[in-house]
Design a protein around this ligand. Structure first.
Ligand code: FAD
Length: 631
């Protein structure tokens, strides 16, 4: 697969797996595959993404055990200029070879749209393609997990692993980030960038005037409320720090007991046949079947200890179901032999949702945005600066600042209010009194449709969005077919609860007020102009709308048209007490199946109130200790 003989990454399964006869991919035979003679490992980690790289690295620290890590995407390394390394460039990775490029089913509450749904397909997974915001989320999120039955996953348990994962690079420009609150010897590099957009400071000052206080570090036991310049996952050379670059270093990849297969898909997990006289015998995961394309030969590998599924919140439930672990009725309908009836596989899909891109036009005058980077010459110069010095705009994350707040904060009542409408009611869905239910984030450029639509020429601006952090609506992942080579059905069920829409109406109103608050207001041109119209639509509306004239109904209609995911799906194989409400137990073993664990965002008991990547890494760090028996 284009890898040199000396590469520690294996492109051909011939090197590490056993070739199988032709009919071995048949999912109707899921319950009884004979793995005798297959190449064997102690652990097979399925999915070399955010969690998978952490686990493979940590488990293979013990040289007596063998680990096979299998990733569907390519290596994170090996190109002269790899876009996945450029912190600001995450939207340039959309719909490329490192993206699964999924879409949701038609969503009835957002104008029947099918919404683009990116997931990372590369060693490092989404940590190699995401926006790079490093966030502990709210301490109450974890205490909430513990309260609902996920014993051992409270804040006091998770914080040591959040710190263990991180190597914070102090920045003298941010003296109030207390290094005691940051990890100092972990693998993931984190930092506040010197190169973040200067306009952040202006916006943060306006936030303060509106009633959102500044906080220098959102990742502490004091909680996550306030406005800040984010800590990003950026290393000492200005490159993205993914779990692949951080945990699969050349010396880790050189371990003789770690094998990493890339460009290979796990088609299904196989189970040792149960004793036919005992129909209640617990099935045991005994290996996996893999292939490099739908039509290529199949290979098998078997396992002496565990298969650990780390394929992420979309692909993990898909793979479990394809392997016969899931809701029996649905599996029967597709003719998949049921290994274990687990009704919650694929259920409880929780995702954050944004109001869409709220764009404000910048006034003519000194440059405050980064729109000029879209020009080939400016882009090339910034790229050259990044390559030569590791500095400049490319070395910053794209959404480099934001704020976390509560929709019921009395200090923000004025910001949420309008003379045009009586205002929407919202229920408190936060995880605790100090936790947020709204995030606002921004980028210093005009970004339409996640950067997939070209902005109007010559109209620089700032793009904001409000994010509902605690949606009530949940959806499901189900199978479209019985092949891993076709995408599963992703039904996010957005706005099934009106409360989620109402939270976003408040968030959008707050942004309209923020744009009219000094010192930000003086930088923006909030008048409508004909050159901002694209395909018959004014891209600067409702940014240009008077907050005291635009009604809640108008904002709701706009949100339904523009709302989209923040790419944080979780809970599709969630942790809980039993099969009646969950998929894995509190040490992440699949209920009623031996030798099978899940470690990734799909096991979150509920959604977190922030960006989940650091939480996934911390969870994988803790899981590695659980699996090794050192906890
Ligand atoms: C565009 C985007 C921006 C984001 N921004 C942020 C952010 O700024 N901060 C933040 O905290 N979070 C962010 N997130 C979310 C965060 O990155 C994810 O929640 C987290 O990384 C998920 O980790 P995971 O281990 O659950 O799954 P993943 O990282 O998705 O790993 C799953 C891996 O499994 C592989 N795989 C899937 N199926 C198979 C198969 N059958 N066989 C073999 N391999 C398979 C995939 O290719 C992938 O590498 C973002 C996500 C996206 C997509």
């Amino acid at each position: 697969m284009g890898l040199s003989a000396s590469s520690p990454l294996q492109g051909s399964p011939e090197m590490y797996a056993t070739r199988l006869p032709e009919d071995s991919a048949d999912p109707t035979k899921a319950e009884s595959t004979d793995t005798q003679g297959w190449k064997q490992y102690d652990y097979i980690v399925v999915g070399g993404g955010t969690a998978g790289c952490v686990l493979a690295s940590r488990l293979s620290e013990d040289r007596r055990i063998t680990v096979l890590l299998l990733e569907a995407g390519r290596s994170h390394n090996g190109r002269l200029v790899d876009m996945t390394h450029i912190p600001i460039a995450f939207q340039q990775l959309f719909k490329t070879e490192v993206d699964w490029d999924f879409e949701t089913t038609s969503q009835k509450n957002v104008d029947e749209r099918r919404i683009y749904y990116p997931r990372g397909k590369v060693l490092g997974g989404c940590s190699g393609t995401n926006a790079g915001i490093f966030h502990h989320c709210a301490p109450e999120d974890f205490d909430d997990w513990e309260k609902i039955g996920a014993a051992g996953w409270g804040y006091k348990d998770m914080r040591p692993y959040l710190l263990k994962a991180e190597k914070y690079l102090p920045n003298p420009a941010f003296p109030n980030v207390k290094v005691d609150n940051r990890g100092s010897s972990g693998h993931i590099f984190t930092r506040k960038s010197e190169d973040a957009a200067p306009v952040n400071k202006v916006i943060i000052e306006a936030c303060g005037k509106l009633g959102i206080p500044y906080t220098e570090d959102l990742n502490t036991p004091s909680g996550t409320l306030g406005a800040t310049e984010f800590i990003g996952t950026i290393d000492t050379t200005g490159k993205r720090s993914s779990t692949a670059s951080a945990y699969l270093t050349p010396s880790v990849l050189a371990r003789p007991n770690l094998t990493v297969g890339i460009n290979v898909r796990v088609e299904r997990i196989v189970f040792s046949s149960s004793d036919s006289a005992d129909t209640d015998a617990t099935p045991r995961a005994s290996g996996v079947i893999i292939a490099t394309s739908p039509s290529s030969p199949r290979f098998g590998v078997c396992v002496s200890r565990e298969v650990i599924v780390c394929a992420g919140a979309v692909a993990t439930p898909q793979l479990l179901m394809l392997s016969g672990v899931g809701p029996a009725a649905e599996l029967n309908e597709l003719g998949i032999a049921v290994v274990k009836d687990l009704p919650h596989v694929g259920r409880n899909l929780a995702d954050h949702i944004t109001c869409g891109s709220l764009v404000f036009r910048a006034r003519r005058g000194p440059r405050i945005t980064l729109d000029h980077l879209a020009h080939p010459l400016h882009g090339a110069l910034a790229l050259a600066q990044w390559l030569l010095t590791g500095r400049g705009p490319m070395a910053s994350i794209a959404a480099s600042a934001g704020a976390f707040l509560r929709a019921d904060d009395p200090a923000l009542r004025g910001a949420f209010a309008s003379a045009a409408s009586p205002g929407v009611a919202v229920r408190d869905r936060t995880s605790g009194a100090g936790a947020p239910d709204i995030e606002i984030a921004w980028g210093a450029a005009v970004l339409l449709d996640n950067g997939l639509q070209k902005p109007p020429p010559g109209c620089p601006g700032l793009t904001f969005s409000a994010i509902a952090l605690r949606p009530e609506s949940t959806g499901a992942i189900t199978l479209a077919s019985r092949s891993v080579w076709s995408a599963p059905l992703i039904d996010t069920n957005y706005f099934a609860s009106e409360n989620d829409l109402n939270v976003l109406v408040r968030g959008t109103r707050l942004l309209l007020r923020l744009a009219r608050t000094e010192p930000l207001a003086s930088l923006l041109d909030l008048e409508p102009h004909p050159d901002g119209v694209l395909d018959g639509e004014d891209v600067f509306w409702p940014g240009s709308a008077d907050p005291d004239a635009v009604t809640d109904e108008q904002l709701k209609a706009w949100i339904r048209k523009k709302a989209g995911p923040v790419f944080h799906p979780v809970s599709t194989a969630r942790m809980g007490a039993g099969a009646g409400d969950s998929v894995v137990d509190n040490v992440l073993r699949v209920h009623g199946v031996a030798g099978l664990r899940v470690v990734d965002a799909s096991v979150f008991p509920t959604q977190v109130s922030g960006h989940p990547c650091a939480v996934v890494v911390a969870m994988a760090e803790r899981a590695a200790e659980l699996i090794r028996g050192s906890l």
